[in-house]
Ligand binder design. Sequence first.
Ligand code: SAH
Length: 284
Amino acid sequence: MQTDIQPVEAGRAASARGTVWFVGAGPGDPELITVKGRALVERAGAILFAGSLVSEAAMRWAPAGCTVADSKDMTLEQMSTWLIEQAARCDTVVRLQTGDPGLYGALIELVQPLDAAGVPVQVVPGVSSAMASAAAAVESLTLPEVTQTVIFTRMEGRTPMPQGESLQALAAHHSTLCIFLSITLMGQVTAALTAAGWSPDAPIVVVHKASWPGEEKIVRGTISTIQALCREARLVSQSMIIASPTLGSRQWTTLAKSKLYDASFTHRFRRASVPASNLTLESP
Ligand code: SAH
């Protein structure tokens, strides 16, 4: 198979033979890694994977003789040291991360020591668990005239939230919220939504292990019921909380149609089949 994966030569230190690729492994289903990510795993000399989160099945493409390590018991410093050592030894070193490496993945904390050591770095995006959770529940995170905005956030845990990013402040937009890392703080999530003016009947969906073969669970409730439902389902980790005015729209009888597919709307790729009447539209 031909791919356009080229190691970066610029900035290569004398001690670094290879490139460290931060690869999004996807949310759990091994088939949700990208073609490019899989090709890198297939030719990796060394792979460092995030133990509890990346499905071991994603390792099924590692070549024989590849050095494989689980980062679950390593500190960030031990991880970067390991990656630097492996880059001195082999051409392709892969750091396999859950979902997309740029979301709650300590990407920059790991890239900085590699930069300092002169080791070339590349990132391959992955399917985030936010996308996989929406897909599992057959939900759209945006809907015309309902919300056109998605916020990725989390409740404050050991990592403090920056000024202005409390869940209550973000929820005041009444847009879609994908809340990571917060399943054990569900009481605080519902309290923040309520304080921001969401109705007790507002729907919430929680997806546990989205896309994991045989392990996915979808819990649907409202602000007033979701905490008890999640407790009943024993969800304590690896769960995405989605709060959105779009939830359940599959059952709605009236939908504002997307202008992009409106028969009177001409855009770059399609000519209108009926003349536009009273429509003022921006380009898509
Ligand atoms: N980079 C990852 C997020 C890592 S933070 C991504 O893009 O998805 C870990 C959090 O992600 C978990 O606490 C949970 O909220 C969410 N998560 C990861 N995998 C998940 C999955 N398969 N299903 C639901 N939520 C998941």
